[in-house]
Design a protein around this ligand. Structure first.
Ligand SMILES: Nc1ncnc2c1ncn2[C@@H]1O[C@H](COP(=O)(O)OP(=O)(O)OP(=O)(O)O)[C@@H](O)[C@H]1O
Ligand SMILES: [Mg+2]
Length: 365
């Protein structure tokens, strides 16, 4: 089991496009790290560079404190699980899991013990004699994970292992992966997904990528509560945070901001004095916008342009004069509010976010 360290790692493909730009990342032994980000941001490329399936153009990769930048994949002590399970169709579940150990000429008894242990962990014991075609998608994916477990790698690498599964099976298999992590606390796992629920629920730390850069690294709740920039603020959370242009009116301990020349807000967020009068961005999450009681001062007021009833929650799209995009408020349960109603919403000051004109959070200055 091992730590993984990337220093100034870059990837340039033959077409001279720089796909990964100067990645620095320190992953501790036993951590469950999730790479998340929009399609094409470089998640798979980064994972494949760690596995050795893709060359590192410059920079260094260390696994278990050894420089493995030039070491071939089979000697890095990593095992990778792909989105497509890539099982051998003519081999039973048992043989699929045993294969890599058999070709490494491991003692038969030891192979058997490893396969049965992995099958037990993944609840595959009843299926050991079956061929992959007689398994569900979730079971096949578990066999692919089992194949990685028996090799006892230092680092597990998963590339979107659940994305071929239907919604219910995703949830069930996600829980199994969480259990797997608990039963192997010393194993380092790096998991790629574009699904933020998977990222939030599985990760010790999330690495949020965009266009070949790391935007932020932190615990799921840290990224949710303290996004360092507008990209992170809008990527984590669903529906996304409402972010609107504003003018930072005064600076200091208490910052007043003016949004769309219609409403001003006092926030406890400190901003540098030099930024007074400059444009910035104001953010508030839909779930933090509550309906204002009668007589209670409102943060903003507008007309409901759309109502989405989800059963357990209702999304209100509020058109605010002077703002291009509707502001979304998420309320628990079902509401009597209808399209065309005028509503007032409010939020506690601690839940407000403020970013400078370069889209960086003032909280993190
Ligand atoms: N062999 C290649 N040659 C040139 N460019 C490539 C090559 N492979 C990937 N890319 C580019 O590198 C970028 C990152 O690709 P990558 O597959 O890592 O993205 P990703 O984050 O895994 O996306 P997805 O969520 O769609 O799987 C993309 O812009 C892609 O077009
Ligand atoms: Mg990918």
């Amino acid at each position: 089991m091992a730590n993984v360290k990337l220093t100034n790692v870059k990837k340039v493909y033959s077409n001279n496009v720089e796909v990964m730009r100067d990645i620095n990342l320190d992953i501790k032994q036993g951590e469950f790290i999730v790479f998340v980000g929009p399609s094409g941001c470089g998640k798979s490329t980064l994972l494949r560079m760690i596995s050795g399936l893709e060359d590192i153009s410059s920079g260094t990769l260390e696994i278990d404190n050894q420089d493995v930048t030039q070491v071939p994949p089979s000697l890095r002590g990593v095992a990778m699980v792909f989105q497509s399970y890539a099982l051998y169709p003519h081999m039973t579940v048992y043989d699929n899991m045993a294969f890599s150990l058999q070709i490494a000429k491991i003692d038969k008894k030891e192979v058997d013990a490893q396969v049965r242990r992995a099958a037990e962990m993944l609840q595959l014991t009843p299926y050991l004699d079956r061929l992959p075609k007689a398994l569900s998608g979730g079971q096949r994916q578990r066999v692919a994970i089992g194949r990685a477990i028996v090799r006892r790698p230092k680092v597990f690498l998963f590339d979107e292992p659940l994305s071929n599964l239907d919604a219910a099976l995703r949830v069930a298999t996600r829980m199994e992966i969480a259990n797997l992590k608990e039963s192997m606390p010393d194993s380092t796992m790096i998991y790629v997904t574009h699904d933020q629920v998977e990222a939030m629920t599985l990760a010790d730390r999330i690495v949020l990528l965009s266009a070949g850069n790391i935007e932020q690294v932190g615990s799921p709740l840290d990224l949710y509560a303290n996004p360092e920039n507008v990209f992170v603020a809008k990527f984590i959370g669903s529906p996304a945070m409402n972010v609107m242009p504003c003018i930072v009116e005064t600076a200091g301990e208490n910052t007043q901001i003016k949004v769309a020349n219609t409403f001003s807000i006092n926030t406890p967020i400190a901003s540098p004095a030099g930024d007074s009068g400059k444009p910035g961005f104001f953010g508030v999450r839909p779930e933090d916008l509550a309906l204002a009681q009668d007589g209670e001062p409102a943060l903003l007021e507008g007309e409901v342009s759309f109502v989405e009833s989800l059963g357990e929650a209702t999304l209100l799209y509020i058109t605010v004069p002077g703002l291009e995009e509707a502001v979304i408020s998420k309320q628990q349960g079902t509401l009597q509010i209808q399209k065309g109603d005028t509503i007032r919403v409010t939020a506690v000051p601690e839940k407000l976010h403020l970013f400078n004109q370069d889209e960086q959070s003032y909280r993190c200055l």
